[in-house]
Design a protein around this ligand. Structure first.
Ligand code: HSE
Length: 384
């Protein structure tokens, strides 16, 4: 099968390398606006060199972002070309339209590396739900944040310095705000939930709190109290509704999540029949992600389809019924009702509060209020 790669950055070049040992896959074109002297024989700046080439049966979109990736991907599908992509921004924002476009044009649209990087999480999530009901999905899905938190925990490293390392290793997004503010985790939560629950979640409806404001003192407190901090996506059934949220969580030493190092991810589904099922591996990086993309190509070439339910159910999102204790630290926590404070102490000019169990809605509303008041604030759910 002759293919084209759109975008020759970290994942595009990883896919090119992995494709060299993929049976039956030949890279005929690379599209990128930059010059790569070693690849001039197949490099073009013009997308039409791919769209108009009937020999190219599959397009690997590795440009990132929603536009013009959306136009290129749908243009390729309308010309009867299969599409694979690791682009979570695109899949999260345009899931319905892309699934519909693939169905209308009788082509495959596969995006396994869009959540989990090198881990075949989405593929196995889809497989699991063919004959099982998924009750919940949760996990560490951002390699950059895990790399930062792991280094802060084990080496007492400074946040900014470790972020720079994660960028140099090719884990971080072009704008790393997407990683550290939790938006990358949010997109992976939307995509995973859409497959798990046949949902159509919108990014803007899911409360999201990242790790930007975590300090070395927060991490030192976690270490002293037997906790490891991780950034988590969570989604699941709550009666007729769904809950879904992204936040840092504190895990005790016996939790699997506590042992997740470097850029690794750990993602778990719970099915009625299968129970908990966890997937562990590298969630970011050139070769893990590029190889996962090529696995999708090989499946398509072999006629192995990916068939998430395509009904699309408009679930109500309700985070008021999920509750747990929280660690709050801020320069001014005076807005917190006394009834939710289980323990409180001062740390320098900051206040630390361990709350009684409160709803996810209430915790994220308090975080939003702090942000609106310009208060330096960090929170993490306590997983117990
Ligand atoms: N920036 C992402 C991460 C890349 O760190 O996980 C993989 O999606």
């Amino acid at each position: 099968m002759k293919i084209a790669i759109l975008g020759f950055g970290t994942v595009g070049s990883g896919a090119y390398e992995a494709a060299k040992s993929a049976p039956g896959i030949e890279v005929k074109r690379i599209v990128d606006l930059r010059d790569f002297p070693d690849y001039r024989d197949i490099l073009t700046k013009d997308i039409n060199d791919v769209l108009d080439d009937d020999e190219i049966e599959l397009v690997a979109e590795c440009m990132g972002g929603v536009h013009p990736a959306y136009e290129f991907v749908t243009g390729a599908m309308r010309r009867g070309k299969h599409v694979v992509t690791p682009n979570k921004n695109l899949v999260s924002a345009c899931y319905d339209e892309l699934m519909a476009c693939a169905a209308e044009n009788g082509v495959e649209f596969r995006f396994t590396p869009a959540a989990g990087g090198g881990i075949p999480w989405l593929y196995n999530l889809m497989r699991s739900r063919r004959c099982d009901e998924i009750l919940e999905v949760h996990g560490i899905v951002n390699g950059t944040c895990n790399y930062i938190l792991d280094n802060m925990h084990t080496n007492g490293a400074d946040f900014a310095a470790v972020l720079a390392e994660a960028q140099a290793l090719g884990y971080a997004e072009r704008d790393p705000s997407a990683d550290i503010d939790g938006h990358d985790t949010l997109r992976k939560c939307v995509i995973s939930s859409n497959i798990a629950f046949d949902a159509r979640l919108r990014e803007e409806d899911i409360p999201t709190f990242g790790i930007r404001s975590i300090t070395a003192e927060d991490v030192a407190w976690c270490n002293a109290n037997g906790y490891t901090c991780k950034l988590l996506m969570n989604a699941g059934l709550a009666g007729d509704a769904l809950y879904a949220y992204v936040e840092p969580e504190l895990f005790t030493a016996d939790a699997l999540e506590s042992g997740v190092k470097a850029n690794f991810n750990l993602i778990t589904l719970t099915g009625v029949n299968v129970g908990p099922l966890s997937f562990y591996g590298q969630g970011a990086g050139m070769m893990p992600t590029g190889t996962s993309l090529v696995q999708d190509m090989i499946d398509i070439a072999a006629g192995i389809g990916f068939a998430p339910a395509d009904g699309g159910t408009a679930h109500t999102l309700d985070n008021t019924k999920v509750a747990h204790r929280y660690y709050f630290r801020g320069s001014d926590l005076s807005g917190l009702p006394a009834s939710v404070i289980a323990e409180q102490f001062a740390r320098g000019s900051d206040t630390v509060v361990l709350t009684a169990p409160i709803s996810v809605t209430a915790a994220h509303q308090f975080a939003a209020d702090c942000a609106a008041r310009g208060i330096d604030f960090f929170m993490a759910g306590i997983n117990e």
